[in-house]
Design a protein around this ligand. Structure first.
Ligand SMILES: O=P(O)(O)OC[C@H]1O[C@H](O[C@H]2O[C@H](CO)[C@@H](O)[C@H](O)[C@H]2O)[C@H](O)[C@@H](O)[C@@H]1O
Length: 265
């Protein structure tokens, strides 16, 4: 863990561009908080047309992959581009151009427990104001962004009770969310490494770049340590394995625009 440097400081930016020069730079991108600002209702996190345009232009020139906690289909709907790779449910399900496909078989064994957990939490949290369950194929997000602070402990207690009954599930951290998933050895970092292999990009001519804002993105930052670049988005209120940081979603788009200028040269 180290302190990521501000990517918009000229010397830092020049250093990164020097590292990128003459190399293939596949982009691996988180969705919420990275491509779209965090909003109160997950359904409202629509992709801005300017961001979509930038992604499309980049994907016409190089590999672009979305690596998100969102359900695969929801992510595809939000982004709406055929030219990018999608890793949904924190990387448990991957699809992309050229028939790329991977579904974590081990995690499939946990689907029954996940369905039972969703049913139990639906009942247990029915009366807790502002709590929202978001069902995904390989995960269940228990959102508490709009839950009164003094009731968050009750939400956590309900989640813990369900986890006790279903030892095949685990709970991961997030932004005002408890994420239940099958407890198997898979995460965004492994998904990124799998994609690099599948796309024959696991070599010295490639500098993979991962951009993310959340706890789950740390797996990817760590997976790329010493072989790629990690860029953290947002205010830094904790340790991160990312090398660089940018302020917000707008800064991510500016970085894309700078990359595009470089690629067009
Ligand atoms: O890996 P990501 O693409 O960053 O997805 C992580 C989770 O993002 C979403 O929840 C978060 O964003 C919401 C919209 O801004 C916000 O309301 C919520 O509080 C955040 O936790 C998404 O709904 C989850 O399914 C993703 O796992």
């Amino acid at each position: 863990m180290h302190s990521p440097r501000d990517l918009f400081e000229p010397a830092v930016r020049d250093e990164l561009y020097t590292r990128m020069e003459g190399r293939t730079t596949p982009l691996f991108l988180d969705y919420d908080g990275t491509l779209t600002p965090i909003v109160d209702n997950p359904a409202d996190a629509q992709l801005d047309p300017a961001m979509r345009q930038a992604l499309e232009a980049l994907a016409a020139r190089q590999t672009v992959a979305l690596v998100s906690g969102r359900d695969l289909q929801a992510l595809q709907r939000f982004v709406g581009l055929d030219s990018v790779y999608y890793a949904g449910s924190h990387g448990f399900e991957i699809v992309g151009p050229g028939g790329v496909h991977r579904c974590n078989e081990e995690a499939e064994a946990g689907l029954e427990a996940l369905a039972a957990a969703a049913e139990a939490l639906d009942t247990a949290l029915a009366e807790v104001e502002g709590t929202l369950l978001e069902r995904k194929r390989f995960a269940l997000a228990v959102h508490y962004r709009n839950t009164p602070e003094d009731q968050v402990a009750a939400v956590r207690a309900a989640v813990d009770e369900v986890l006790e009954r279903h030892p095949g599930l685990r709970c991961g951290p997030g932004k005002c969310v408890f994420e239940l998933q099958p407890d198997v050895a898979w995460d965004k970092g492994r998904a990124v490494l799998w994609l690099l292999e599948a796309l024959s990009l696991n070599n010295g001519d490639t500098l993979p770049i991962y951009i993310g804002d959340d706890w789950t993105d740390e797996h990817a930052f760590r997976a790329l340590e010493g072989r790629g670049v990690g860029i953290f988005v947002g205010d830094l209120d904790r340790a991160t394995a990312a090398d660089y940081r940018v302020a917000d979603v707008d800064a991510v788009r500016q970085f894309f625009e700078q990359m595009l200028k470089g690629l067009e040269r």
